[in-house]
Design a protein around this ligand. Sequence first.
Ligand code: NAD
Length: 358
Amino acid sequence: MKKHILVVPGDGIGAEVTTVGKQVLEAIAHKFGHEFTYDEALIGHVAIEATGSPLPDETLAKMKNADAVLFGAVGHPKYDNDPSAKVRPEQGLLKMRKELGLYANLRPIKLFDELLDASSIKPEILRGADILFFRELTGDVYFGKRERLDEGNTAYDTMIYSKYEVERIVRKAFEAARTRSKKLCSVDKANVLESSRLWREVVQALAPEYPDVTVEHQFVDATAMLLIKDPKRFDVVVTGNLFGDILTDEASQIAGSMGMLASASVGDSTGVYEPIHGSAHDITGKGVANPLASVLSVALLLDISFGLKAEAQAIIDAVDAVLKAGFRTGDIANSSTSPDKILGTGAMGHQILQQLIP
Ligand code: NAD
């Protein structure tokens, strides 16, 4: 198969982890006889520094022309500590999602057995948890009207959803539920919010089209509690942008670390594959970032954008084997990990590559 992949490392540890992700793509191409070509582009703080824009037109054009995008992260402490900055790295991320019509963010939350003790949750509660989150990505408070009033002393953001926006992501979630255990949990705050009442109406209206799927509605506060109390009760979960943002970070603890979680953003155009973590400036440049979320993002890219299921499974198996062999990055190590098994970013990547091409 011939495909063109755009690598967009972004800021902070984005560059470190996508370097490993790209090496894994190259190894897969070699192992399975594919021909992948690559290009690179700027986004976020590095793009602002180079061009003044967090998403330069050139980057957007390259994204639209690629078969898939392997993304790192955006963000810089300079902006985190300056809420008044008019041009910000995250604007690049939001514009990319809007321009590419990336309305569905898929976040598989699955704990590798070897990491049962890396989580702060008890192993007996975690074992067997396997959740697929669908987070809506182009609506909600992130894109609604916002304003400062009263000489800056009052502020509001608008949580806004249209029926079609809810319908298209809920359909994707129903379809995924059909291929799994046929259970769909829709999360909202319909006891308080009008936009959530619309969300729930849409889910209820679509449910008869999927009679084989059992639908449960949950309030977001209850979901936040149940995810930690009993993660195994969930299978496919669909929710809005803000609730999904918060719940998936919480659920990352089920997988042991933010450094283990991959995501796929798909919709009308090129799919974008990225770790759920940010640019992590506290560890940038130290060579300790866990690259496995980027590696697992490559597995999602191959599976979802290219339909290469065996190749995707080979990557998941390689991660599994490396963890079974006892290798850990610092974020997933614990007191029983022997110091010689704690690896940096490049060495962890090397272990994965050795599994793929012994
Ligand atoms: P973060 O995900 O960057 O880091 C949170 C914590 O997790 C940090 O202690 C970090 O060291 C650790 N961590 C994250 N990824 C890791 C990895 N691969 N290996 C080991 N440890 C890892 O979140 P934050 O600190 O809240 O935000 C930092 C910056 O990232 C901010 O500017 C924020 O806006 C941005 N951000 C970007 C994205 C994105 O690009 N999609 C997502 C979240 C945050």
